[in-house]
Design a protein around this ligand. Structure first.
Ligand code: AMP
Length: 425
């Protein structure tokens, strides 16, 4: 299968080849022809599957085919949950539209709105946005959604997790009823299905496993370790292995900061990335990490979501996520674009329950080892480890019901869905 055989125009083939893509990914094979046909799509796809090109390439082709010469109303809207994802999606849109006369821009909160407004006033075809800033600017009449022909909801599950349901509904109410809708989500909760029902018109259901399904390419390992030894063990692994580019996950922003400071003290260049950091700081940290100037990026789950870091060799779960699905997202950061990766989890005794939930979701037991010189001696404290706050909008996302602490299986996901109903709306 080639990009050409999917029916893409030469300008897009050229852009794709400039990116070095030779063959379409599975999700691209499935979505591109369907979207070109004009059908609505409900796609289950995670970051790392190539989903962004999967919706952007056909979207560009459709807009290009019907472009009016003078006016540039916003004709396609791509909504994303986080600033980072918005910036990355827009980066892709720009790359893929390099040989087309299509203009695009990105807007998100946390930065000055004035330049954003100015760019939009100049006329753009595609707008990539986070919901909050989009509605702000719409309220100020700085933009109109009255001519949108194609709507993309990217990482829709995360948007609901972050409490954006009401904003999404508001945005939808501002667009023409007649339009093409593309909904991408890593998971299909009841809430997502409900949203899809209200939004999509006879959608084509598309499912694509990430190319790097955890079982195949990511070498996963857990180390049993005492809580107080984790920093030293992380330093030892990074230093002994001479790892050059490591993404480390913590559950909390505070822990991300602390760990990053300690790594720097140990002579390992590091930066933390999380919701409390300014957009400038996050962009700088990510750029430093990508260029190799920063060896270790310490991130919380929400901050890391959607980060486009190709060929990442090492992920360390400094703390296990309390939501098992987040583990899969974290692991999806390694071995991208066909390369293999290694994911190591440092598991303290109080995190054993989190580990059990993760193994249940994966359907396999992860190998468990100890690091010589750091054999664990801690006894279970009976308390749950501190949980992550995740998004900056709604901390309850990460709250795990207390009654789930026994060994009863299957409770996690149901409770999680119930929790999801208590969103900002
Ligand atoms: P995404 O899932 O959209 O975040 O894409 C994951 C990564 O795969 C990005 O770094 C893309 O640039 C890259 N990518 C997307 N499509 C392809 C392809 N057909 N071949 C190789 N790499 C790709």
């Amino acid at each position: 299968m080639s990009f050409k055989s999917l029916g893409l125009i030469p300008e897009l083939l050229e852009a794709v080849s400039k990116q070095g893509y030779t063959t379409p990914s599975l999700i691209q094979e499935k979505t591109i022809p369907i979207i070109l046909e004009g059908r609505d799509v409900l796609a289950s796809a995670q970051t790392g599957t190539g989903k962004t090109a999967g919706f952007t390439l056909p979207l560009l082709q459709k807009l290009d085919a019907t472009r009016k010469q003078r006016h540039r109303p916003i004709r396609a809207l791509i909504l994303t949950p986080t600033r980072e994802l918005a910036a990355q999606v827009h980066e892709n849109v720009r790359e893929y539209s390099a040989f087309l006369n299509i203009k695009s821009t990105v807007i998100f909160g946390g930065v000055n709105a004035k330049p954003q407004i100015k760019t939009i006033r100049g006329g753009i075809d595609i707008l990539v946005a986070t919901p909050g800033r989009l509605l702000d600017l719409e309220n100020q009449r700085a933009l109109s959604l009255g001519r949108v022909e194609i709507l993309v909801l990217d990482e829709a599950d995360r948007m609901l997790d972050m409490g954006f349901l009401r904003d999404i509904k508001k945005v939808i109410s501002l667009m023409p009823k007649q339009r093409q809708n593309l909904l991408f989500s890593a998971t299909f909760s009841k809430d997502i299905k409900k949203l899809a029902q209200g939004l999509l018109n006879r959608p084509v259901l598309i499912e694509a496993e990430p190319e790097n399904t955890t079982a195949e390419k990511v070498n996963q390992k857990t180390y049993r370790v005492d809580k107080g030894d984790k920093v030293e063990v992380a330093i030892k692994l990074i230093a002994d292995g001479n790892w050059k580019q490591v993404l480390v996950f913590t559950r909390t922003k505070h822990r991300a900061n602390k760990l990053s400071e300690k790594l720097v003290k140990a002579g390992i260049s590091s930066a933390a990335i999380h919701g409390n950091k300014s957009q400038g700081a996050r962009t700088k940290a990510l750029a430093g990490f990508k260029s190799g100037k920063i060896r270790v990026l310490v991130a919380t789950d929400i901050a890391a979501r959607g980060l486009d870091i190709p060929l990442l060799p090492h992920v360390i779960n400094f703390e296990l996520p309390n939501i098992p699905e987040d583990y899969v997202h974290r692991i999806g950061r390694t071995g991208r674009a066909g390369a293999s990766g290694e994911a190591i989890s440092l598991v303290e005794v109080d995190e054993k329950e989190y580990l059990r939930d993760i193994e249940k979701l994966l359907g396999e037991k992860l190998p468990s080892e100890v690091v010589e010189g750091f054999e664990p001696t801690d006894k279970p404290s009976g308390k749950k480890p501190q949980q992550g706050g995740g998004g900056n909008r709604n901390n309850s996302r990460k709250s795990r019901p207390q009654n789930n602490s026994n060994k009863k299986s299957g409770g996690g996901n149901n409770n999680r869905n119930r929790n999801r109903n208590k969103r900002r709306d």
